[in-house]
Design a protein around this ligand. Structure first.
Ligand code: ZN
Length: 358
């Protein structure tokens, strides 16, 4: 396999790393290529942990930024190798990984090689296993085993954001709300207690619920509380003795996980509430000077991020973090995944301007 040319145009570099298939669990060959390309660069200190590669400048700057991108993709569906296509006057690169998120990763690789003396010190991180479980996630492993590698004043993830800045993210909670009845033959239903009927007030409360819009550090986050599954029933002639409504609560990053739990327990007061899982949100942190300078240099209006992303891992360390990358997140994981080439160049120009103090 030929090596990666980090001096190539970022679009061609995107194409090159997309055409090296790296479905989660198979990042090795791509990680090898990345390591081989950055290891010889004298301005970077490079360490490898499994298939995660960390490359740092050590210029003794007063601020350090972490810039990270994952190198894995979801499985293919006949969408490699990549191909260019012009649609409605827009030049696009199609193929698995183009938007999520190798275009962002390619821009990072190019700038890591090019910017030998960035204004802040930079920790570049290219990591494996983002698209699968929490326990395998390369960034999470780094956080658990080598937290010093993540230490920074500000962090950027190159996940697709249509070349705009997406700050922070909502927290995410799932809970089961249960009702308990009494089983009986439906021919003598008066002997039993119907657990599905008992669930009616749960649905009433959900239907009447008015989610908040909450401003956090200047960005407005929309919350949500929704039933996502409902289970109950035994057979066509049995009064059911249990009904479980699973609800999903997306909560603004101003609310702690504990507060979100309390809120859900309040909404469903009187019911058996069990929390299934919970992930804290992340404040955008755009009020710190280094983040302000970033927003100014990039010249994009920050937007709130609603979904949960790895920016929350940095936020958990008290490091403000944003998403900034080419491609539309709505195209991630789709069979016709693509990235507009203009957005690759826009993110490249934005990051270069900020890091070089231009
Ligand atoms: Zn991604």
């Amino acid at each position: 396999m030929p090596g990666l040319d980090l001096t190539a145009d970022a679009v061609l570099l995107t194409r090159a790393i997309c055409d090296v298939e790296s479905v989660s669990g198979n990042e090795g060959p791509l990680a090898d290529l990345i390591e081989a390309a950055v290891r010889p660069l004298p301005h970077l200190t490079v360490r490898r942990y499994g298939d995660t590669i960390v490359a740092r400048t050590e210029l003794g700057r007063s601020t350090r930024v972490a810039i990270a991108g994952h190198i894995d993709t979801v499985p293919l569906n006949d969408n490699l190798p990549t191909r260019f296509e012009e649609v409605d006057g827009e030049r696009r690169l199609y193929g698995r990984g183009t938007t999520d998120m190798k275009a962002g990763t390619a821009v990072q690789l190019k700038l890591a090689a090019e910017l030998t003396e960035p204004v802040p010190d930079v920790t570049w991180i290219w990591y494996d296993h983002e698209e699968v479980g929490e326990d395998l996630n390369g960034l999470n492993r780094l956080l658990q085993e080598h937290p010093e590698e993540l230490r920074a004043d500000f962090a950027i993830l190159g996940e697709p954001s249509i070349a705009g800045i997406e700050g922070g993210c909502n927290g995410n909670l799932r809970a089961e709300i249960r009702t308990a009845g009494k089983r009986a033959h439906s021919a003598r239903g008066w002997i039993g207690v119907n657990a599905i009927h008992l669930a009616a007030p749960i649905l009433d409360r959900l239907a009447a619920y008015e989610p908040r819009s909450v401003e956090v550090d200047g960005l407005v986050y929309r919350e949500g509380l929704n039933a996502v599954t409902i289970h109950g029933g035994v057979a066509g002639n049995v009064i059911p003795d249990e009904c479980v409504v699973q609800v999903n609560h997306r909560f603004a990053p101003s609310r702690s996980p504990e507060e979100a739990v309390r809120h859900v327990e309040e909404v469903f007061a009187g019911f058996d509430v069990r929390i299934v899982d919970i992930a804290a949100g992340a404040r955008p942190g755009l009020d710190v000077p280094i983040a302000k300078a970033f927003v100014e240099a990039v010249g994009a209006e920050p937007r709130p991020k609603y979904g949960w992303t790895d920016v929350a891992r940095f936020a958990g360390l008290g490091i403000p973090a944003v998403n900034y990358g080419p491609g539309d997140p709505l195209k991630a994981h789709t069979d016709d995944e693509y990235v507009p080439v203009d957005q690759i160049h826009a993110v490249e120009a934005g990051l270069r301007a900020w890091l070089s103090g231009a």
